[in-house]
Design a protein around this ligand. Structure first.
Ligand SMILES: [Zn+2]
Length: 137
């Protein structure tokens, strides 16, 4: 989400999506959109706690849900109910280290598809994203 620079722009960003920019939502958005990043709800809750922001866990979850449903955040679902939020809304691939629980971007030009399954005629390809899982040796 490089298009948006913090604070003033975040307010516009939320208003743009018809989200009422409450103080808590703005504070959460500032933590999220300060840079391109992947994070889990638990990590965000930790950041909120570290910054001593008076925001409940429920509010963090609700805000993440709201941002996801309005298209401000993309999600990547991994096994064990581990869900990552991604501020990079452009199509891209990921490499996931299951040992460290770290998700990293791979740009689309790093992967090429030589073979694809047939897609039923009434459907069209929307997006092809790859998740590569690695673990520490
Ligand atoms: Zn990503």
């Amino acid at each position: 989400m490089r298009l948006y620079n913090i604070s003033m722009n975040i307010k516009h960003l939320l208003k743009d999506k018809s989200i009422n920019p409450t103080k808590q939502r703005l504070e959460i958005a500032e933590l999220i959109f300060v840079k391109d990043q992947h994070f889990t709800a638990a990590q965000l809750i930790e950041q909120v706690r570290d910054k001593k922001l008076p925001i409940s866990q429920a509010t963090v979850y609700n805000t993440l849900c709201l941002f996801e449903s309005t298209g401000l955040l993309k999600t990547i679902d991994l096994e064990n109910d581990c869900k990552f939020y991604d501020t990079n809304l452009y199509s891209h691939h990921h490499i996931y280290n299951t040992s460290t629980n770290v998700l990293t971007d791979i740009s689309t030009d790093k992967i090429e598809f030589s073979k694809m399954p047939d897609i039923p005629a009434h459907l069209e390809l929307e997006q092809t994203e790859v998740l590569i899982k690695v673990k520490n040796k």
